[in-house]
Design a protein around this ligand. Structure first.
Ligand code: PMV
Length: 329
């Protein structure tokens, strides 16, 4: 009745924003991401018949906001239904990076939770089944079940909204440098932000209508290891998503001033010949993707941008997997 799993966040190069089905949490558009290796979530799930409700501890602390406990319970409820039991669980989880600040802690969090929870209940689920279950809690979590380059196309596959691996992390060793520009949790979570955007933006239909072209361009760039094409489509998808967010009513601004300065720095590096591009999610952190060998130069440049609090580095890593020990030993 106990198991532990580790999962890593992923960074979308072709972005998902908006839901086709809010009940099942099926994305409105397809996305393509890379799974990281240096950042991780480790989660231990222990089902305990003595409990009346799930008990969630994050980093050893039990004062978790109630909405996080509810999301965790809803995710485990799916597994309990499959196992035909009602037993509650202790969930101990730990991240080695700031949570809720646009670093995709929900992606690694739910991928690890589904993987550990399914094992603890003895459910023999395929990776695709775990991906579909993780998606119901967080769209991007479906992608963290897999490593390397991963696609989530709501129009393909037997289970709607299941991610599929495209390329192993060793096949193209891109590097990711993350400039942390704020450690504050984001003002508006992605689900609320997506719903507001879909309801109020005049640009929403154009966003949904053009996303497939971006997916195809990125898929081709990955298959051909064509960095320049991947840079072009990734920055386009990112800026289009933030343009869409800005066009909601009221407009959603996830960036701060330092975010913009980091974008300028990365573009200056690229114009000077450094193979690097940027992407940004629903938060102010900037992720710089570069070819092997360029990361040290990217890191040094981002460190000099006034207001950057921290710079992290990661390669590409594996999907969610069981580990012998959970958090805190
Ligand atoms: O996983 P969610 O539902 O929190 O949505 C994540 C959305 C973005 O990170 C902004 C883009 C993406 O595709 O990951």
């Amino acid at each position: 009745m106990q198991a532990s799993a580790q999962a890593q966040p992923n960074v979308a190069l072709v972005k998902y924003w908006g839901k086709r089905d809010t009940e099942l949490n099926i994305p409105a558009v397809a996305s393509l991401s890379v799974t990281l290796d240096a950042l991780w979530t480790r989660t231990r799930v222990t089902f305990d018949p003595a409990l009346d409700e799930d008990v969630l501890r994050v980093g050893g602390q039990s004062d978790t906001p109630s909405n996080q406990v509810e999301r965790t319970t809803r995710c485990l409820d799916q597994l309990r239904r499959l196992a035909g039991i009602d037993t509650r669980a202790h969930i101990d989880t730990e991240n080695n990076f700031p949570t809720g600040a646009g670093l995709a802690s929900s992606a690694s969090g739910f991928a690890a939770l589904v993987t550990a929870g399914a094992e603890a209940l003895g459910l023999k689920l395929t990776a695709a089944q775990r991906s579909a279950l993780a998606r119901q809690s967080s769209g991007s979590a479906a992608r963290s079940i897999f490593g390397g380059f991963v696609e989530l196309d709501p129009d393909s596959g037997a289970l709607n909204g299941t991610a599929t691996p495209l390329l192993a992390p060793e096949a193209w060793r891109l590097e990711v440098t993350i400039a942390v520009t704020s450690k504050q949790p984001k003002a508006l979570g992605s689900t609320d932000g997506m719903n507001l955007t879909a309801r109020t933006s005049d640009y929403y239909d154009a966003w949904v209508g053009t996303a497939r072209g971006d997916l195809h361009a990125a898929r081709r760039a990955v298959a051909e290891r064509d960095f320049d094409s991947l840079a072009r489509v990734s920055e386009r998808s990112c800026l289009k998503m933030h343009g869409l967010m800005l066009s909601a009513d009221p407009g959603l601004i996830y960036w701060n001033g330092v975010t913009v300065e980091c974008i300028r720095e990365i573009r200056a590096l690229r114009h000077a010949g450094v193979p690097v591009f940027f992407t940004i999610d629903a938060g102010p952190q900037v992720k710089a993707i570069s070819l092997p060998g360029a990361a040290a130069q990217v890191r040094d440049a981002l460190r000099t941008v006034p207001g950057v609090l921290d710079v992290m580095h990661s390669g590409l890593g594996q999907g969610a997997r069981l580990v012998p020990e959970g958090p805190c030993g």
